[in-house]
Design a protein around this ligand. Sequence first.
Ligand code: TYD
Ligand code: MG
Length: 458
Amino acid sequence: MAKAKTFYVCTECGGIQPKWMGKCPECGSWNTLTESIEEASPASPRGAGSVRSGAYAPAATHTLEEIDSKEEHRYTTGMGELNRVLGGGIVPGSVILLSGDPGIGKSTLLLQICQTISNNASILYISGEESLRQIKLRATRLGVLTNNLHLGATTNIEAVVEAIHQKKPDIVMVDSIQTMNLAALNSSSGSVSQVRECTQLLINAAKTLEIPVFIVGHVNKDGAIAGPKVMEHMVDAVLYFEGERNLSYRILRSIKNRYGSTNEIGVFEMLENGLHEVKNPSMAMLEGRPSNVSGTCVACVMEGSRPILAEVQALVSKTGFGNPRRMSTGFDFNRTALLLAVLEKRCGYFFGNLDAYINVVGGFRLDEPAADLPVALALASNLTDRVIADDIVAFGEIGLAGEIRMVNRISIRVKEAQRLGFRRCVLPQQCISTLDFEPEIQLIGVSSLPQAIHTILG
Ligand code: TYD
Ligand code: MG
């Protein structure tokens, strides 16, 4: 008998290695390779060998014209923020992966949208984590009272697929994929092969019956269970729920969507009676802004198609001993180092014996280069202890020569600043001519960082 082949699978990215290593060479995660023994997969029997012509019926093909392409009906979730991230609603037959850290609010979000969806669709909600009683308690707390919601507590994926085929619900929710188990596989729930096969079975059911399926996937740090990366390539849409555990704001980000645009975000707030939409995130992010202190500046960044204003704070203080500390929360660490270098070289400020801290208020992450200018202004403001007026918004990318570079979507950003009552907007000089409306807000065009600092801080 042939010896069973052993190999090592990364629980983070699913990469396969012939021997054990401390670090996965594919995704760079540490200590995530786990031993696995090759087993025949029921969904894809191995050993098919070569294909002889004439042995099989050919796959059916169609021209574009023959395929029906009328706009798909989408189920609305009753939450504008979630609909936006999904690209307008839930497409029949689509498989949506909802992932995020444990406790971030994935189960809460799914249970909450059941109320609206159940007005015109039946839902099958399978939980492998909570008992029916626990789900009912939570549903009552969230105000979900509907008879169109069918709950099941099981971890047997074959039973789940059978229930989908027999009950034919309009929407299926599976919480979570790491608890589901296919008996034919020897590995335990949550292993890479279990997660893959269970996801594949759900995808097959979704595609054959045209039923949308939500799958919850936990992000885990310790590598004991397979992460959502393992199934990202299989599903139609991947939504990430992120946010600081101790802050109430939650951001839902779409990182893959076959039926809509990616990079869209939805903003929610977790309160004692569930998640609430934040329709005006800029206003929420700017709440409680201090006035008349140095080291704070309001930035305007684009999140998908939406402009968001957020406050950037900087604090520069004398280093106690040893090397100066640099810390940044909500802004790229390396970008902070780069901006400090530009401030030193091009503007003559010296940070060599100073600690520098950057914080974006509200748990928001500014990943766009347009946040460079407000961060640099906040640093210069705190270093020189001169206040940036609180009616100013700034955005612009900073180059290594200290130049302020163009960014896109100028009109939308300026409109958002205007809408929130700001009176002055600092932006790259070249951008002013691309504006397609007559602004009421005063535009201050700048072309270099020294010029921007001189204009704003005097
Ligand atoms: P949950 O949806 O269980 O997280 P996940 O499914 O992503 O693991 O969310 C649990 C957290 O949300 C928990 O820390 C408590 C909090 N929460 C509220 O603050 N208000 C609520 O109404 C609910 C249901 C949960
Ligand atoms: Mg949960």
